[in-house]
Design a protein around this ligand. Structure first.
Ligand SMILES: [Zn+2]
Length: 318
């Protein structure tokens, strides 16, 4: 047919597949903005003498058509990928040509010796080869990833819930983020009360500013300077209003080829540490125990200090 409807039955708008494909490509290269796109299209049609015949314009209907068109495209890709993979896997009754001891089965059951399929799919260059097994140095990372937050991607409170999305997503679930937030608060409370009982306080380091804290490779004076110069390091700094926005920003974890590994929707006014911690924990849940990750983050030193001080992500620290 060549057109995609806004609803399955009795649609009042159908959009050309070529136009939807163009919009998808545009939104992959710039921040998606359906409202601006629809207004531009309506203005363009008006300049050619055509008028949209409803008060509400085409925004809601175009948005529906675009959403389900994207779901269809992603589902087709996943379907083709699944069949390619199953065609590439030999049937169970055919023995592999190499001895089983040197054969690396490429799926989840080998989670301790091979990064999970999720990571191999998102970046085969970082997670798809065996090179990391030859790296015996714990100081050389097997893959480098980076984290940063962006407070320009917001969602208004008045916005209705997201439409259903049955495809796989790189976004962490709200439950994962909430669990990490509770874990962080619990560890802070526990450690703070233990320190209080044992009479320790931060004041004891006064006058000894360049003495390294346990596990840290930079002195406290540098940490202090970073904390003062980076607003991102101040969790209480309000970068977006939670009064007007339900999602205040997005935090991303990318590999060094700029492939997205995970995203986290932020709902707090500032850049809280539990988002970065949830992203890192999720990354490590896909990796073998002896896979080393190098992490780039503009306030990485603050995050590491917190991890060592409060005991976050203890299993994953070097
Ligand atoms: Zn990569």
């Amino acid at each position: 047919m060549g057109y995609f409807p806004s609803v399955p039955l009795g649609p009042t708008l159908a959009v050309s597949l070529q136009l939807l494909s163009l919009v998808r490509q545009v939104f992959m290269r710039m921040p998606p903005n359906i409202s601006a796109w629809c207004e531009s299209l309506e203005a363009h049609l008006a300049s050619m003498g055509y008028k949209v015949d409803t008060k509400e314009g085409i925004h809601r209907r175009f948005s529906n058509a675009y959403h389900w068109y994207c779901i269809l495209e992603i589902s087709v890709d996943e379907y083709v990928q699944q069949h390619l993979e199953s065609a590439a896997t030999p049937p169970a009754d055919i023995l592999p040509a190499v001895p089983s001891s040197s054969h690396h089965p490429p799926d989840v059951s080998s989670s301790r010796t091979w990064p999970l399929k999720y990571l191999r799919k998102h970046c085969p260059l970082c997670f798809g080869s065996h090179n990391w097994k030859n790296n015996n140095s714990s100081s050389d990372p097997d893959a480098i990833v980076c984290i940063d937050a962006c407070f320009t991607q917001k969602c208004r409170r008045s916005q209705q819930d997201d439409p259903v999305n049955p495809t796989g997503s790189v976004f962490l679930s709200h439950d994962d983020i909430d669990t990490m937030e509770c874990e962080v608060e619990g560890l802070r409370r526990t450690k703070a009360s233990v320190q209080k009982r044992s009479g320790q306080s931060s004041k004891k380091n006064c006058g000894d500013e360049d003495r390294f804290e346990q596990g840290m490779r930079i002195p406290p004076s540098v940490l202090k300077g970073c904390n003062e110069s980076f607003t991102a390091a101040d969790e209480r700094c309000q970068k977006a209003s939670t009064q007007f926005f339900s999602d205040t920003g997005v935090m991303a974890l990318l590999c060094h080829h700029d492939h997205v590994i995970h995203l986290a929707n932020m709902t707090s006014a500032g850049e809280k540490q539990h988002y970065a911690l949830a992203l890192i924990k999720s990354l490590f849940s896909h990796l073998p125990d002896d896979f080393h990750i190098g992490l780039l983050y503009d306030i990485g030193c603050q995050l590491e200090q917190s991890c060592r001080k409060w005991g976050y992500l203890g299993l994953f620290l070097p």
